[in-house]
Ligand binder design. Structure first.
Ligand code: SIN
Length: 353
């Protein structure tokens, strides 16, 4: 494997450090026809350079904007993820850059945050933010979130710890804990059992924990191993689907995916063959008996199967007694992040067509 080169150290003392701001779109860059329309807007329209207008640069820092994409994050693609990984990686390698800020739609922000953490494990801080109201709103939340993201990215705690962090509505979450928990409120994000890691208040960060210790703990949760090549250099990522166990889950969906896998591997289906399944089980990762039969068949045919829970909070506890999630590959990550980790894990292997 060609490991990504180590991040370059910071600049000479006294020189202004660069905070590179990478725009990817989202509601924070959204525009509506009317100022009172908080729903019928188009996301991913305003340029990141324009979002920064009027924001004070943190003392000793200079802002440098770069537009990586401008999309509604519900439409996130591997191509955008690859472009973002490459842009963040390049920024981390630049000795003048001391921190990276990513503006992003809120809908898949938790996936991208985890992707950046799991794939790059950055020694410099990478902060993601977004907004729940478009830039044209009467009281948009984007400018305040951006201002607080600048504070967070240049804070001593994140500067010492590195890692990927998310801030919205004054709260700070690590990349593993963060998840969108509400479709409309400005404080739409939560950290599950972990809660927030810090608050941004009055232009300062108030940490509730040691950020360096939290970042160190994240590495153990990535489950990815060493990728054969940096993921941004790989065009076709393995197909990993995310399904849920529920009343009446009879495995028909898995059988359909296996049929697609066989057809794709035989060259009769142009889509990438199924390579992995993340199953959001009930409760402690339990799976309907009929779905479990289909998953065992998938494993026999070479599909990687990871189990997590569909519960909004908590983690699956592996049981030594064969109940609950016993027997499956269990991940403590919620489904959206487990899917990212499984794709990265499979990128480390040759995935046969
Ligand atoms: C998006 O995720 O791009 C749209 C929704 C949002 O940013 O809140």
């Amino acid at each position: 494997m060609s490991a990504p080169p180590a991040e370059a150290p910071g600049v000479a003392p006294g020189a202004a450090r660069v905070l590179r701001v990478l725009g990817t779109g989202g509601t924070i860059a959204g525009r509506a026809a009317r100022a009172d329309d908080l729903i019928g807007y188009q996301a991913g329209v305003v340029a990141v350079q324009d979002l920064l207008q009027g924001l004070p640069e943190p003392p000793g820092w200079t802002l440098q904007a770069q537009q990586v994409a401008n999309v509604d994050s519900k439409d996130m693609t591997v191509a955008v993820w690859r472009a973002l990984l490459q842009a963040v990686h390049a920024a981390l390698l630049d000795p003048a850059v001391g921190a990276v800020l990513v503006t992003h739609g809120t809908d898949t922000l938790e996936e991208t945050a985890w992707l950046l953490q799991a794939a790059l494990a950055p020694a410099k801080p990478v902060v993601l933010t977004g907004a729940m109201r478009p830039a044209t709103a009467l009281a948009p939340d984007g400018p305040q979130n951006l201002a607080e993201a600048l504070v967070l990215a240049t804070d001593q705690g994140t500067q010492g710890a590195g890692g990927v962090w998310v801030t919205l509505a004054g709260r700070v979450f690590d990349a593993a804990a963060v998840r969108k928990v509400h479709p409309a409120r400005v404080d739409a994000f939560g950290g599950g059992d972990a809660g927030p890691a810090a608050w941004v208040e009055g232009g300062r960060v108030r940490w509730l924990l040691d950020p360096a210790a939290r970042v160190a703990a994240l590495a153990a949760r990535a489950h990815t191993g060493a990728p054969a090549r940096p993921p941004w250099q790989v065009e076709a990522w393995p197909r990993v689907e995310w399904i849920t166990s529920h009343g009446g889950a009879d495995g028909a969906l898995v059988r359909a995916l296996l049929a697609q896998r066989r057809a794709a591997r035989a060259g009769q289906d142009a889509d990438a063959p199924l390579a992995g399944l993340v199953v959001a089980g009930t409760g402690n990762g339990s799976v309907h008996a009929e779905l479990a039969d289909a998953l065992r068949q998938a494993q026999q045919e070479g599909v990687a199967v990871w189990i997590t829970t569909r519960c909004a909070e908590g983690e699956v506890l592996p049981s030594p007694h064969g109940r609950g999630a016993g027997g499956w590959t269990v991940t403590s990550l919620p489904p959206a992040k487990a899917r990212v980790s499984l794709m990265l894990a499979l990128l480390g292997q040759a995935v046969p067509r």
